[in-house]
Design a protein around this ligand. Structure first.
Ligand SMILES: Cc1cc2nc3c(=O)[nH]c(=O)nc-3n(C[C@H](O)[C@H](O)[C@H](O)COP(=O)(O)OP(=O)(O)OC[C@H]3O[C@@H](n4cnc5c(N)ncnc54)[C@H](O)[C@@H]3O)c2cc1C
Length: 386
């Protein structure tokens, strides 16, 4: 029995949702998986090519309406994230940052001119975007950011550094959040603007099939039209993060599923002490526990997707989904790694790659500790962040 059959998750999906999932899975199997070991080992991806392919597939900003976006439901978007992350968290990150962070920020807070200029080309994957919130000294506490934007005549002048920015050096536009006299505001910074540089971070052990960069803004002069008019205050970027976190609720289960499928197949073939590893009770106990957590995580993801489609989902519910599903996916990846023994530490199998990738997923889009604090506040009424 396939692990997902146990919980009959497919019974909760429409035919269209299952077809979208199959279409994304086909592209992952045929075009992405064969290259992943090389991309991960070399720490390089053909980001432009991938973005165009994802654009053709229709997964960039697929849950947004209009401006060339597919306008599909939250569960369809989640299932696409699941399949992409079953291939690699780095590929899902490219799509999440493009669609749920950069495009969503423009779609939600941008002017009509900004939307028309950027969204259709970004949906097609012809242009890439990134989202610069985190700074070297401010990650979990973005309110403290030092990047500033000051008015000079009719222009804005930006100074500061953004750190750990996915898609940074391959982006055509960076959505940069900065302190202004009025509060935190978002700015669209086109690549090539004088004073703006993006440099890749090296020596990553996790999410190697993903571009991660530092953005430096050194007296970057932008016109008034570069401001996202609809966002003022930290709620602007936080709402974008909520979108991306939702995709992770599904995505993390994709990585876990790929690990579990690999471990079940391996345990069936590997003989120890004269019989298949899968026939030992300790192995079966591990597999049963993992199938339970995977099934519960998938059910939670679909449930949250339906709440999102109904427009009733709360940020706390997204935090619960992100905290639970990433934590359990990481645990599943680690346990699957033990089943593969020494083979579990090589890139010949996807398990260790998923395990190290999930370490990043546990940290970005709000660390597990921050999501625990969000839930703690919701449960007790006491904020324990500071
Ligand atoms: C691969 C990768 C890609 C990323 N992509 C992006 C991107 O595209 N755009 C972007 O803006 N950012 C991005 N990030 C940054 C990411 O969002 C931050 O790393 C994350 O928010 C945590 O910030 P930090 O690393 O500064 O850790 P810190 O905030 O310094 O936290 C360090 C530790 O302290 C804990 N901690 C913090 N506050 C509290 C508290 N109040 N109580 C208890 N414990 C606490 C944290 O949970 C963590 O365990 C990315 C990160 C990675 C690794």
């Amino acid at each position: 029995m396939h692990p997902t059959t146990l919980f009959a998750v497919d019974a909760l999906l429409t035919e269209e949702e299952r077809e979208i999932r199959s279409a994304v899975r086909r592209v992952c199997d045929r075009e992405l998986r064969p290259n992943l070991t090389t991309w991960f080992e070399e720490g390089r991806i053909p980001a432009r090519e991938l973005a165009r392919r994802f654009g053709e597939l229709g997964v960039l900003g697929m849950h947004l309406e209009g401006y060339g976006c597919a306008g599909l439901g939250a569960v369809s978007y989640g299932l696409a994230c699941l399949e992409l992350e079953a291939a690699d968290s780095g590929l899902r990150s490219l799509v999440s940052v493009q669609g749920s962070l950069a495009m969503y920020a423009i779609w939600r807070y941008g002017s009509e001119e900004q939307k028309n200029e950027w969204l259709p080309a970004m949906a097609a994957g012809e242009r890439i975007g990134c989202f610069g919130l985190t700074e070297p000294d401010f990650g979990s506490d973005p309110a403290g950011m030092r990047t500033s934007a000051k008015r000079e005549g009719g222009d804005w002048v930006l100074n500061g550094t953004k750190m750990w920015i996915t898609n940074g050096s391959v982006s055509d536009v960076a959505v940069v959040w900065a302190q202004t006299e009025e509060g935190i505001r978002g700015f669209l910074v086109p690549a090539g603007t004088p004073g703006f540089t993006a440099t890749d971070l090296r020596h990553k052990v996790s999410l190697r099939a993903s571009v991660t960069s530092e953005l430096v803004l050194d007296s970057v002069r932008l016109p008034q039209e570069a401001v996202l008019p609809g966002a003022l205050g930290l709620s602007g970027p936080l709402r974008c993060l909520n979108e991306a976190r939702f995709g992770i609720v599904f995505g993390a289960m994709g990585a876990a599923l790929d690990c579990l499928e690999t471990a079940i197949a391996y345990a069936g073939e590997r003989e120890v002490f004269g019989r298949p590893l899968a026939s030992f009770q300790l192995t079966q106990d591990k597999l049963a526990d993992m199938a339970l957590e995977l099934g519960k995580g998938l059910l939670l993801a679909v449930h949250l997707g339906r709440l999102k489609e109904a427009g009733t989902i709360t940020p706390e519910q997204v935090s619960a989904g992100k905290l639970n599903n990433v934590r359990e996916a990481l645990e599943i990846a680690r346990t699957c790694r033990t089943i593969l023994g020494a083979s579990g530490i090589t890139l010949e199998y996807p398990v260790i790659r998923h395990a190290v990738n999930l370490e990043s997923v546990l940290t970005y889009e709000g660390t597990s500790e921050i999501h625990a604090l969000v839930l703690g506040k919701a449960l007790t009424g006491h904020a324990a962040f500071a």
